[in-house]
Structures are given as structure tokens and as C-alpha cells.
Write a protein that binds this ligand. Structure first.
Ligand code: M6R
Length: 611
């Protein structure tokens, strides 16, 4: 996601800010910018692409002395394309401002500000905050009062940093649901979205909490919350910078697994309206009118995203009653395709650059409506599709996809509810039930993440196995496929995912005491009993069974296993999302024990741009 760095001190703010942003580069971004106060005036420089591009522009600029105060940003596009005008900082009058997060009510705010004569230059949600703050300062409010007032008007998540040319000694800060830290130095203070950005200069860190506002000068840090001054405990960071980039985790994959509870909140943010039990997806307005006439949906994707589509088929068929087909993008491209104007083609991709998925979408272009479900804003697949729904998982660095998959499932669940509402296939009461469960997901995921140490114990028992079998039925079959893919891609152990009920038609011949079988056992009836029978079948043939389940202790009485991992139950539809998490952890721990390169497994690339 986007990176933030601010500085107030006595040294060259520009080089410190750029250095800080460089240490956040691993997070991924598509444009960058800085604003510094030079000789009392705000000097802003922005560029698309990498920081090296920004540095090139800066090197051609004449500077008015050295700046000792400033803010800088690396932007990972959410609202508006990755262009120079959309890059942060955004300037309005005497204010320059950067923002991480999403302002949900930016459209009415923008209309209100335009009514007052403010001229907007970008497509971003952030620019409203710059104009609001400038307007409030111009009305005579003190800087922190203006910041407090501005924050009371915006809805959504934010970490804001702003500078005001009339108050050149301070950086204004506000935080809500988006991380921000302050690094304390000697006669200097730094502000950043992540700890690595300040570690070169200080290890003394204050972590701000939601609702905190701060005014940071070279020699002071004032923090308030709810209108009252508060203090935040100073922590001393002992991590090395590389570990710090990984948020203290040993690998990006582990960090991204643990990011899931938070990023699902980002996928949902602003998209659920509880009072009328509806899903707000303005980006799909064009689909609302067509929803009733849709006769078929074809989903195309590769790898993990293809597994997400298999799960999405359950959601869409069940809620919206539209028959769905799921195709490997590489297969779809080279067979006869019966697509007409009543067929919606959905391409699902984390990167938005996978060549096969892009090719499949090209085959569908012009025949019927097309939709991309994607994580990376402005990627090729997004530009090719008629409509785009973003998953907001943030940059995924590890080759093995984890949080992107989880957010794809959540996005597909929202899409299914959106289509159900548009087609009238679900009552408001039924939608409300599902939405209640959806809103519980971030907390349930946090709870699920606690099974990590139990999974590590199971991994220790089985990491030397040559083969693994993952079995599941119904909604748990795609999860079995995903569990097997994750294990094989990072541990190089042969693994297969199979529908548990299909075992007896052949693969059961593989079962012996050397074969660990991971059984994904959903509590939903009647598949619970059916899967349990399949478990007995493999157990009877000597398999070593690991059960991953959301069933209650009571239901599991008498089920003997060599490893039992239980996750919370939220709803039958959403169970697969939680049941998948221990499988990600299992793959991770087995790979670590086998000493493979977890984040960069052999022969694989993060985005596959070849056929
Ligand atoms: O970027 P995409 O979602 O289009 O990528 C598709 C696959 O290449 C990807 O999911 C791949 O299977 C992952 N390495 C799985 O962890």
C-alpha cells in the first residue's frame, strides 16, 4: 500500500524523506511525491513510476535553500489512475497533504467544496482533505483545530500528514484505521506509515492509535484523542531493517497471511449498507441494469485466482441464481466460446498482468459485458475490462498468493449479493443474514490467525512426507485445491487436491501409512457426515489424517486424527475463507522446515506475463 514519511528537524528534509520512502519501496507503488517548506513556501514535486523518476525531476529543480520540514508519499493507486496529477502531495492554498486510506464520502465533499469555489485537479479522494483543511485554516482556525474539524467531516480510513506554509515549524498528523508511527530523534522527529522508514535515524517509536491527532515539530510531539492530550508509550525497536520491512515477520508470506484480517476490512470498507442490507458497488452501476437479463457467467483466471472463481461459482449460483462456468484462462483462449450479450465474463487476477487471463478477456471483448476483479489499480486487465472491482488487498510481495485469494473470495461474495439484489433473487432479510456474517469476517480471521502455533506443530510432524493429499467436498473442494497448490509451490512436495467423494473412484489406491491426508471438514450438513465417511475410508487404509474444520468439539467426538485444527464458524458460505488460512500456514511451515526460499520459490514469478 502507499507509504508516508514526514520530517521536522534541522537537517535536509528532502534527502531524509526520500531515504525513508526508499525503505518502503518493497510495499509496491506507482507514483511518488514530496512537499518541503523552502524559504517559507511549499515546494512540491511529483512523478509517476519509481522513486528514481522523482529523484530525476528533483535533480533538475533549483532549490531555494535547504528545507528542514516536509512530507513525502509513495502512492499505490486506489481512486484515480497512477498519474502525476493523482500523485500525492495534494496542494490547496497554503496546505500540502498526503493520505493513506480511503475517504468514502469524498464525492459529496467534493461537490460541496466545488460549490464554494474550490478547483480540483485530480481524480483522487484525497484532494478533498487538502481543500477542506485549507478552507478551515483560511476561516481562521488554529492548525490542530482545523485538522480536527477536517477529520470530523471525512468518513473512512486515513493517515493524514499535512504542512501549512503559515505554520512552517510543524507537521499535522491524523490517524484512523491506517497505521502511523512517530520516530523520536534529538531535535528532530519523523513520521511514517511504517517503522522501516525511520530506522536509519531513530529506534524510538510512538505508535499512534485510531482517533489520534498530532502536531510534530523538531523538538516536540503533541498528541490528542477525543479533544484531550494523550501520551503514547515509547517503544525501542531492535529489529534489523530487513525484518522491519516484513513487519517483524520472517517472510513476506507470513506477514501477508497475518495481514488478512486487516485487508478484508479494506475490501469491505464503504461497500456494505446495513440499513437496507445492500452492497454498494458504484463501479458496477452498468451491470445493475443488465443483471436481470444475464443468462450465464463465465469466469476466467489462473492458479490461485482460478480457485477463487470455483468458490465464487458457489456464491453466485446460490445467491443470484445465474449459472456459472469456471475456466482456466489458458484453456478458454483456445476453444470455441459460446459468449453472447447475455453472458458476463469475469476475469479474476491479483496482478492484473497475467497474460493468459488478459488473453481470455480479449477473446470476450465486444461480445458481452466484461468485469475484472483485480488487486492492482490500473493494471492491463483492468484497462481491458468494461468494469472493474478492486479487492484492496494491498501489495502482495510473496509469490505464493494468500491475502489476494482471501480478498478475491470476499469480493466475489459481495458481487454475488449485489447481483442477487439487482435480480431480486434474495430477500432483504436473507441478504442481511449473509452481510452480518460478512462483517464478522475481520474478527473471525484475527481469531483464526491464532492457530499458527498449532499448525506449526502439525508441520513438524509431517514436513518430510513426499506426497500430500488434500480432500474436501462442496465449498471445501476449491480450498483443497488451493491448499495443495500452496504446499507444492513453496515446499516442492507433491500435493493433490481432490473432491473427497471422488476418492473411491481411483486415488484411494494411493493411500498408505506414508500419505498424509488433509481433510477439510465443514460443519454444514449433510456434507459434514459425507466427508466424515470419506475420512473413515482413508483412515481405514492407514492414512495419517489431519483435519481442518469449523465443526464443534461435540460434532468431532470420536474422530481420531494426527492433527486437528479448528477455526471459528461464521457461516456456511464464508467457512472456506477461514478454513483456508491453516492450509496457508501449513504450506508455510512445511516450506520453512524444508529450507526452501519461501517468498521466491524456484521457477515461479509473481506475475506470469508469458503464455
Ligand atoms: O496475478 P494473478 O492472480 O493473475 O496470478 C495468477 C497465478 O499466476 C497465481 O495465482 C499463482 O498461481 C500463485 N503463485 C499462487 O500462489
Amino acid at each position: 500500500m502507499c507509504g508516508i514519511v514526514g520530517y521536522a528537524g534541522n537537517r535536509d528534509a528532502l534527502s531524509i524523506i526520500i531515504g525513508g520512502l526508499e525503505s518502503l519501496e518493497y510495499r509496491g507503488y506507482d507514483s511518488a511525491g514530496v512537499s518541503v517548506l523552502e524559504a517559507g513556501a511549499i515546494e512540491t514535486t511529483r512523478a509517476t513510476g519509481k522513486l528514481s523518476e522523482l529523484k530525476k525531476v528533483l535533480s533538475t529543480k533549483k532549490r531555494n535553500g535547504t528545507a528542514s520540514l516536509g512530507i513525502g508519499h509513495t502512492r499505490w493507486a486506489t481512486h484515480g489512475r497512477p498519474t502525476e496529477t493523482n500523485a500525492h502531495p495534494h496542494t490547496a492554498g497554503r496546505v500540502s497533504l498526503i493520505h493513506n486510506g480511503i475517504i468514502e464520502n469524498y464525492l459529496p465533499l467534493r461537490a460541496m467544496l466545488e460549490g464554494k469555489g474550490c478547483v480540483f485537479l485530480s481524480e483522487t479522494d484525497t484532494e478533498v482533505a487538502a481543500h477542506l483543511l485549507n478552507t478551515l485554516l483560511a476561516e481562521g482556525l488554529e492548525p490542530l483545530d482545523a485538522m480536527r474539524e477536517m477529520c470530523s467531516k471525512v468518513k473512512g480510513s486515513y493517515a493524514f500528514l499535512a504542512i501549512d506554509s503559515n505554520n512552517p515549524d510543524r507537521v499535522l498528523v491524523a490517524k484512523n484505521s491506517t497505521p502511523i508511527i512517530i520516530g523520536r530523534g534529538d531535535e528532530e522527529n519523523l513520521i511514517a506509515s511504517d517503522i522501516p522508514a525511520v530506522l536509519q535515524h531513530t529506534r524510538r517509536i510512538l505508535v499512534l492509535e485510531d482517533g489520534d491527532l498530532a502536531e510534530v515539530t523538531a523538538s516536540s510531539v503533541y498528541i490528542e484523542n477525543g479533544g484531550k492530550q494523550v501520551s503514547r508509550t515509547e517503544e525501542t525497536i531492535s529489529w534489523d531493517p530487513i525484518t522491519a520491512q516484513k513487519g517483524g515477520f520472517k517472510h513476506f508470506m507470513l506477514k501477508e497471511i497475518h495481514d488478512q484480517a486487516r485487508v478484508v476490512g479494506d475490501t469491505l470498507r464503504g461497500r456494505i449498507s446495513e440499513h437496507d442490507a445492500s452492497v454498494k458497488l458504484p463501479e458496477l452501476d452498468a451491470l445493475r441494469g443488465k443483471a436481470s437479463s444475464l443468462k450465464r457467467i463465465v469466469m476466467v483466471a489462473c492458479g490461485t485466482a482460478w480457485h477463487a472463481c470455483l468458490e465464487g461459482k458457489f456464491f453466485i449460483e446460490e445467491f443470484a441464481g445465474i449459472p456459472c462456468e469456471v475456466d482456466y484462462a489458458s484453456e478458454f483462449r483456445y476453444r470455441s466460446r459460446l459468449i453472447d450479450s447475455d453472458t458476463l465474463v469475469i476475469a479474476v487476477s491479483q496482478s492484473g498482468e497475467t497474460l493468459d487471463t488478459l488473453g481470455a478477456l480479449e477473446c470476450a471483448a465486444g461480445k458481452g459485458p466484461t468485469l475484472a476483479i483485480c488487486n492492482v489499480v490500473g493494471a492491463s486487465i483492468c484497462r481491458k475490462a468494461e468494469m472493474v472491482m478492486y479487492t484492496h488487498a494491498g501489495p502482495e510481495i510473496s509469490v505464493a498468493s494468500t491475502k489476494a485469494f482471501t480478498t478475491q473470495l470476499v469480493a466475489l461474495q459481495l458481487l454475488a449479493l449485489f447481483l442477487a439484489e439487482a435480480r431480486g433473487t434474495m430477500s432483504a432479510a436473507a441478504r442481511r443474514n449473509v452481510l452480518h456474517a460478512v462483517l464478522e469476517l475481520p474478527a473471525a480471521l484475527s481469531q483464526t490467525l491464532k492457530v499458527d502455533s498449532e499448525v506449526a506443530v502439525v508441520a513438524k510432524k509431517f514436513f518430510q512426507a513426499r506426497d500430500f493429499l488434500f480432500l474436501g467436498r462442496g465449498r471445501c473442494y476449491p480450498i483443497a485445491l488451493e491448499g495443495a497448490l500452496k504446499l507444492k509451490e513453496i515446499s516442492y512436495i507433491h500435493a493433490e487436491g481432490y473432491p473427497a467423494g471422488e476418492m473411491k473412484h481411483g486415488p484411494i489406491a494411493l493411500i498408505d501409512e506414508n500419505m498424509p491426508v488433509v481433510m477439510i471438514l465443514q460443519r454444514e450438513k449433510p456434507l459434514f457426515e459425507k466427508t466424515l465417511s470419506n475420512l473413515k475410508e482413508v483412515e481405514a487404509r492407514g492414512a495419517r489424517v489431519i483435519v481442518v474444520t469449523d465443526a464443534s468439539e461435540e460434532d468431532l467426538k470420536g474422530v481420531a486424527t494426527q492433527g486437528l485444527i479448528r477455526v471459528p464458524f461464521v457461516s456456511s458460505e464464508l467457512s472456506p475463507i477461514l478454513l483456508n488460512v491453516p492450509l496457508q500456514m501449513l504450506a508455510y511451515h512445511v516450506a520453512v522446515l524444508n529450507g526452501t526460499d519461501v517468498d521466491l520459490p524456484r521457477n515461479l514469478a509473481k506475475s506470469v506475463t508469458v503464455e
